[in-house]
Design a protein. Structure first.
Length: 448
């Protein structure tokens, strides 16, 4: 027997999130075997190692740090270790050896002075390491905003201004990170250049489509290749053709020739979790619940409202199949969309996942359409835009409440104000921080 469509959708989504538990992913990837540290297929002899420093940033930082602490209980007593991870305020916890530093408030995905202070401490720690020490970096979604260090001549206020400009113009996460990297002292290999240890190992939970190492947290541990690197000035020109809205300090900085020192350390980067892992888990539990599954994969991008319309159109097509066969269908999708502001002078409260679902409701505001249909979209980090909700879910019950209350979903969509809409209609997906982040997962269900 199925539970309600909404309960099934939430169960499928939660299973996807649990599959990319940051603590579990680290424990599956990191082992201590006597005097050998094993990281995936990489083996590092510990005989001559004096100290291991763990640094990093991201929404999954707390869980990743807990996983490291559990594994490092087996380290030889001769090795000292400590750490510092920049995380959102609601992810701060007391650990034995690793400091979880509050680098920004919950639900505010932009750099702060506290984040700058934490990054300065991280750079200090890695720069004082000895050659035979080891530096382990833990990176996950949100790392770009949580690891800020503007280059000389660029203020944090200027960096925030250009980030706001790009975000409100519909720039992708890749485009945002390209520009932020160009004005950062830590991104694009900055941490690697500061590191004095010969061994720098990075464990990465990817929050970017395709898992590009230079984009995830803006690649702080990479050695950049200039001929392959996107030009941040070119990205800015797409959204600000005459550069009149971009702070002058940033324009001047990006017009300077870029010179990179070669890192002294040997860098090894390991992707230990991504959206594909989450979708595979979601597909398995959906089949266990009796659904036939159609998956759109992990590379869904573009405008959030457009994705919502495409999902509901496909669910309508699947409903006709279900009516003929009697077999329920599950539609899965993963990736990361962007919110395009309808009116730049009015910025409502809501995130891309809530907008995905709201646009589907706008497309079909009749409760009878939603009979047997449910649609959920949620951020695997437990946050969606400037809210503490992970996303939203719509079904016949919610749309009936909208209809009965004579609420206009289109009015909320026109002002990008999805959170108040779902707050009053009971459609918010509230989980709190999940301590992981592999972009978003959408679950659509159709039952007879």
């Amino acid at each position: 027997m199925h539970e309600s469509g909404r309960q099934d959708a939430i169960k499928i989504w939660r299973t996807a999130v649990q599959a990319v538990s940051s603590e579990t992913l680290v424990r599956q990837s990191l082992f201590v075997d006597g005097n050998t540290l094993i990281i995936n297929n990489q083996r590092i002899r510990l005989v001559d190692v004096g100290h291991i420093e763990i640094v990093g940033a991201g929404k999954a930082g707390a869980g990743m740090a807990r996983g490291v602490e559990q594994v490092f209980d087996d380290l030889p007593d001769s090795i000292t270790w400590s750490g510092w991870i920049n995380v959102p305020d609601d992810c701060v916890d007391k650990l034995d050896r690793i400091v979880l530093h509050s680098a920004r408030p919950a639900g505010v995905n932009e750099p702060t002075q506290a984040g700058v202070d934490g990054t300065v401490e991280i750079m200090r720690r890695v720069s004082r390491l000895k050659p035979n020490d080891i530096c382990i970096t833990l990176l996950s979604g949100g790392g770009s905003a949580l690891l800020p260090a503007p280059i000389h001549g660029v203020s944090l206020a200027d960096k925030l201004a250009v980030t706001k400009l790009l975000s409100s113009s519909g720039a992708s996460i890749q485009e945002l990170n390209t520009v932020r990297s160009g004005i950062s002292a830590v991104k694009v290999g900055g941490l690697a250049r500061a590191c004095s240890a010969e061994n720098l190992v990075t464990l990465i939970i990817s929050d970017v489509i395709g898992d590009p190492l230079d984009i995830i947290a803006s690649g702080p541990t990479l050695q950049p290749s200039l001929h392959e690197r996107a030009d941040p000035l070119e990205v800015l020109l797409r959204f600000d053709p005459d550069l009149s809205q971009t702070p002058r300090s940033i324009v001047n900085a990006l017009r300077q020739p870029v010179e990179y020192d070669v890192p002294r350390c040997r860098g090894h980067n390991h992707i230990i979790g991504n959206n594909h892992v989450a979708l595979c888990a979601a597909e398995k539990v959906a089949r266990d619940l009796g659904y036939e599954v159609e998956s759109w994969g992990s590379e869904n991008a573009g405008i959030a409202s457009d994705l919502g319309k495409r999902l509901i159109v496909r669910l309508d097509e699947l409903r006709r199949v279900v009516q003929n066969t009697g077999r329920p269908k599950c539609l899965l999708a993963g990736g990361e969309t962007t919110v395009q502001l309808c009116d730049e002078s009015i910025r409502g409260r809501g995130g891309r996942n809530q907008e995905v679902v709201l646009s589907a409701v706008v497309r079909h505001p009749d409760p009878t359409f939603w009979r047997g249909v449910s649609l959920l979209s949620g951020g695997t980090d437990g946050e969606d835009g400037p809210t503490t909700s992970a996303g939203a879910v719509a079904d016949e019950e919610l749309v009936a409440a909208v209809h009965a209350g004579r609420i206009s979903p289109e009015r909320y969509l026109r002002t990008n104000n999805a959170w108040p809409f779902f707050n009053q209609t009971g459609g918010l997906l509230n989980t709190g921080p999940t301590h992981t982040n592999v972009m978003d997962v959408q679950v659509g269900l159709v039952r007879s």
